[in-house]
Design a protein around this ligand. Structure first.
Ligand SMILES: Cc1cc2nc3c(=O)[nH]c(=O)nc-3n(C[C@H](O)[C@H](O)[C@H](O)COP(=O)(O)OP(=O)(O)OC[C@H]3O[C@@H](n4cnc5c(N)ncnc54)[C@H](O)[C@@H]3O)c2cc1C
Length: 404
């Protein structure tokens, strides 16, 4: 098999890259270890930055998102039993976020790729990367038990945190930095109407809680728990009772409904420096993980892809490798800022039981400062809606500047 870009992983990063390359007349093949049903059914992110929404629209895959997604102009912070609204729209000169589930983005991208005749190979196994230090990288894999090989010009490692791409970069070349948090998120999907027009982030003595949404019928809520806790310890009654304890106020009580899904995820910040070796480029969770508190993971994957797209298009149009050579540095500069924001939101909002009374006092003062200072609220807002993505020497990062 022969293609221009071999892509490992059909998450948001891999699918979007393949679609954007197609729009530029560049071929790719995606290798995905799971089935189409599995990737379209995995519940994960839901908050899309303005830039992500703009890109999906510009790429012609935003129609359903615009119909079914929900625009939010602000978020609410709750601490000491009181709510405080951060008006992101006003503080950022009109920017907003859109709540549209990651698996819906995946469905839209898969459908578009298949409609356009794109090659997405599901259920592959034994994926391995070869010769990416040369100009003729290869990917070997098995499909239906049969060994296959793809020869390509570039490999995009979009295979998430546990995929083989990052591990293929020699250990002497990459540096990995990480922070493990003593917090886990117990997430539920529940069949109820939205409990609030905007997301509510709560810092409570018993732990963090987040009230979020997915659609007019399905809501997504989270509780801070011990990351080693077993979901079997959490009956539906216990989950609702804990949510009431943490989020109810004098004039608000959370609406209960049937819980249709529940799980516990642990939280980490992780970054791999470098994101490139030879003709292998890492994008998305393959290169970095953020705790979900800042809602940045999917959005970071999208901005990595934008930079990679610019680099690959430049290469095929002019033979230049200016952007590709700087891919890692360009991406990491923005990723570190998203890491800082996600770390800050996580430490500000979660209850750390090892904190001294003094540290707890500082945490509450920080929340009070964000809620009462326009400058502090603006800093939160501009990071939450998404920092600009800049490519040195490029006036615009829009798709329109990439002529076919
Ligand atoms: C509970 C939770 C809530 C979140 N909330 C948000 C949010 O609100 N906003 C936000 O922006 N982000 C959020 N995130 C993060 C977001 O989901 C991820 O950052 C995003 O999925 C990254 O996309 P990706 O394409 O890089 O990786 P992935 O989505 O992980 O996709 C990688 C793909 O590669 C495939 N793969 C792996 N190994 C192989 C292999 N050997 N061969 C072939 N294929 C392989 C996998 O099956 C997968 O389909 C959340 C995450 C979690 C867990």
């Amino acid at each position: 098999m022969q293609t221009q870009v071999g892509i490992i992983g059909a998450g948001p990063a891999g699918l979007l890259l393949s679609h954007l390359l197609y729009l530029q007349g560049i071929d790719s093949i995606i290798l995905e270890k799971r089935s189409r049903e599995e990737i379209e059914g995995t519940i994960r992110a839901g908050v899309l930055e303005q830039g992500t929404v703009d890109l999906l629209n510009a790429a012609g895959v935003g129609e359903r998102m615009m119909k079914e997604g929900h625009t939010h102009h602000g978020i609410e912070l709750q601490f000491n039993g009181k709510r405080h609204r951060i008006n992101m729209h006003e503080l950022t000169g009109g920017k907003k976020i859109t709540v549209y589930a990651q698996h819906e983005v995946i469905k839209d991208l898969v459908a578009q790729r298949l409609k356009d005749g794109g090659e997405v190979l599901f259920n592959v196994s034994d994926v391995s990367l070869h010769e990416f230090e040369t100009n003729e990288p290869k990917i070997r894999f098995k499909v239906e038990g049969e060994e296959q090989e793809i020869s390509c010009d570039f490999i995009a490692g979009c295979d998430g945190f546990h995929g083989p791409s990052r591990q293929s970069i020699p250990k002497t070349i990459r540096t990995e930095k990480q922070q493990i948090y003593p917090f886990g998120w117990l997430g539920i999907l529940t069949e109820t109407a939205p409990v609030n027009p905007e997301l509510i982030y709560t810092n409570h003595e018993r732990g963090f809680a987040l009230l979020s949404t997915r659609s007019p019928e399905i809501q997504r809520h989270y509780l801070q728990v011990d990351p080693k806790d077993d979901i079997a310890n959490w009956s539906d009654d216990r989950i609702w009772s804990e949510l009431h304890e943490r989020v109810d106020t004098e004039d608000f009580s959370i609406t209960e409904g049937p819980i249709i899904q529940k799980n516990i995820v642990s939280m980490r910040s992780f970054i791999c420096e470098t994101m490139q070796h030879g003709r292998l480029f890492l994008a998305g969770d393959a290169a970095h993980i953020v705790p979900p508190t800042g809602a940045k993971g999917l959005n970071l994957a999208v901005t990595d892809i934008q930079v990679l797209l610019h680099g690959i298009v430049e290469y095929y149009q002019s033979g230049k490798t200016e952007v590709l050579d700087q891919y890692s540095d360009i991406c990491l500069r923005r990723i570190w800022k998203a890491q800082r924001f996600s770390y800050w939101m996580t430490t500000m909002l979660h209850r750390n039981q090892s904190h001294s009374p003094f540290e707890r006092g500082v945490q509450l003062a920080e929340l009070d400062y964000v809620a009462s200072s326009r400058s502090a609220a603006t800093s939160l807002a501009e990071n939450y809606v998404g920092l600009p993505m800049e490519i040195p020497g490029k006036k615009s990062t829009n798709l329109s500047m990439l002529s076919i």
